[in-house]
Design a protein around this ligand. Structure first.
Ligand SMILES: [Zn+2]
Length: 83
């Protein structure tokens, strides 16, 4: 029987598939519960949860990229003060 497959959840950190009934490592954020395969994944999520939550999607990545491009444009020119 494979009926329990639809109860699987995904570890948001590493993408592992987990059975929520057998996973004691859970973190609640708002109305959502996240499950983790290991203490390492749970710790990583707690340290940097914004990165793994849905909020950081396409737009945020786009802004990150713009910021990085801007830094490259202004930050790394030829050294101008030392001859
Ligand atoms: Zn994991």
């Amino acid at each position: 029987m494979t009926s329990q497959e639809k109860n699987q959840v995904v570890d948001p950190v590493c993408g592992a598939r987990l059975d929520p009934g057998r996973t004691p490592r859970q973190v609640r954020r708002g109305s959502h519960i996240y499950y983790f395969c290991s203490p390492e994944c749970m710790a990583r999520f707690n340290q940097n949860s914004g990165r793994y939550l849905k909020g950081k999607g396409f737009i945020a990545r786009f802004i990150d990229r713009l910021a990085r491009a801007g830094r490259r444009e202004y930050g790394s020119g030829r050294p101008c003060c030392h001859g």
